[in-house]
Design a protein around this ligand. Structure first.
Ligand SMILES: Cc1ncc(COP(=O)(O)O)c(C=O)c1O
Length: 389
């Protein structure tokens, strides 16, 4: 008999009943150090007092109001995002997948309104993950995600990761945009080199293409800058955000320049829940905390320490780990052992990591992780590795 919850997930036998900062408490009382943060969602850890307060206050006043009316919390968050980024305008969604949907629509509509309706094709990269909607899976293009779900939405071409010659060769009259994660998450924590991101920006400029960045996983402070592309000193035309921006409350956004957004006039897009007062009240507080330069400094300091300690862990356990990769607090351990076995050994040692492609385990801890918790993380990961030896 089919499970009453559609069985699309393979779940660990763990039931967390409470979260406190970097810790998750299991129903049996065990305390797990959470280096997954709900896959880069709980950017400020669990039950951050400032987020609890802002959510509780908003809940007492107004939960939902339609986008038929003014929503001051949405306006405030949009202003913050515009102030702190390349963007001139923001549309709010509930998830990364929905952000992908709008990014694709916006890019195509842009060229349509310019009188070039044939420009619909979006160049993407192997190993990409942009969500599970029809556009998301077509954009990623992998057999694993698309098999059985045809006919796929057309207009995507998947290219080898970081292959700039392949990008140049793929551009034709129908090409409208390049879509890329500055750091691939699901693909195995693969950062695109700054020089390659700069080259993609230059190619987009030279060939009249829009550059769309998917910062759903790597954005909102995760790499030690508010947005990952800032490291490369470039700006996109359109950017997808979600996960960390809501700190655990479902919230996503598409940020865009005025020019890139010019096709999206009244009535061309909408969402019942997108920009909900509860979500935006929380998102505003997350932005207030994360966009503070001192907070981002602290993320970079912690990232440096964690990375250094992970290098030691790899050197100490060469039969289990091969290398550390990634940037900021978006780190991966490429495994020699089977990555799922390492994740499970972590569970046995009460530390949570997340598997990814390419036999990697991901470390995406809360950005508020303390130095003591970094020590604790290494102790637990070391015990997990030794238990496999
Ligand atoms: C880079 C990236 N894009 C899009 C998504 C889809 O986001 P969501 O699961 O919120 O729909 C994810 C989710 O993991 C992601 O990592």
């Amino acid at each position: 008999m089919i499970a009453s919850v559609l069985p699309t997930y393979s779940r660990a036998p763990l039931t967390f009943v409470k979260g406190e900062g970097s810790w998750l408490i299991e129903a049996d009382g065990r305390r797990f150090l959470d280096l997954g943060a709900g896959i880069a969602v709980n950017a400020l850890g669990h039950a951050h007092p400032a987020l609890v307060e802002v959510l509780s206050t908003q809940a007492q006043n107004l939960w939902h109001v339609s986008n038929l009316y003014q929503i001051p919390q949405q306006q405030a968050l949009a202003d913050q995002l515009v102030d702190h980024s390349f963007a001139d305008t923001v549309f709010f969604t509930n998830s990364g997948t929905e952000s992908c949907e709008l990014a694709v629509k916006m890019a195509r509509k842009y060229w349509y309104e310019k009188g070039l309706p044939e420009k619909v094709e979006i160049l993407t990269f192997e190993g990409a993950f942009h969500g599970r909607s029809s556009a998301g899976i077509a954009a990623a293009g992998s057999e694993k995600m698309t098999k059985g779900f045809g006919p796929l939405l057309g207009g995507f071409k998947s290219l080898p990761w970081g292959d700039l010659d392949a990008v140049r060769a793929a551009i034709g009259d129908e090409t409208c945009a390049i879509l890329v994660e500055p750091v691939q998450g699901e693909g195995g924590i693969r950062p695109m080199a700054d020089a390659d991101l700069q080259a993609l920006r230059a190619i987009a400029n030279d060939h009249d293409l829009l550059l769309i960045l998917d910062e759903v996983q790597c954005g909102v402070g995760r790499t030690g800058k508010l947005f990952a592309h800032e490291w490369a000193g470039i700006t996109p035309d359109i950017m997808m955000v979600a996960k960390g921006i809501g700190g655990g409350f479902p919230l996503g956004a598409v940020l865009a320049t005025e020019e890139a957004a010019s096709g999206m006039t009244a009535g061309t897009h909408g969402s019942t829940y997108g920009g909900n007062p509860l979500a935006c009240a929380v998102g505003s507080k997350v932005m207030e905390i994360v966009a503070d330069p001192a907070f981002l400094d602290s993320v970079r300091a912690k990232a440096g320490l964690l990375r250094q300690r992970l290098e030691g862990l790899v050197a100490e356990n060469p039969e289990v780990f091969e290398e550390v990769r990634g940037t900021g607090l978006m780190l991966g351990l490429k495994c020699r052992a089977v990555n799922i076995d390492v994740v499970n050994a972590g569970y046995a040692n009460e530390v949570i990591t997340v598997p990814a492609a390419d036999n990697v385990i991901r470390l995406l801890p809360p950005l508020t992780l303390s130095d003591n918790e970094i020590d604790e993380a290494i102790t637990r990961l070391d015990a997990a590795a030794k238990s496999l030896g």
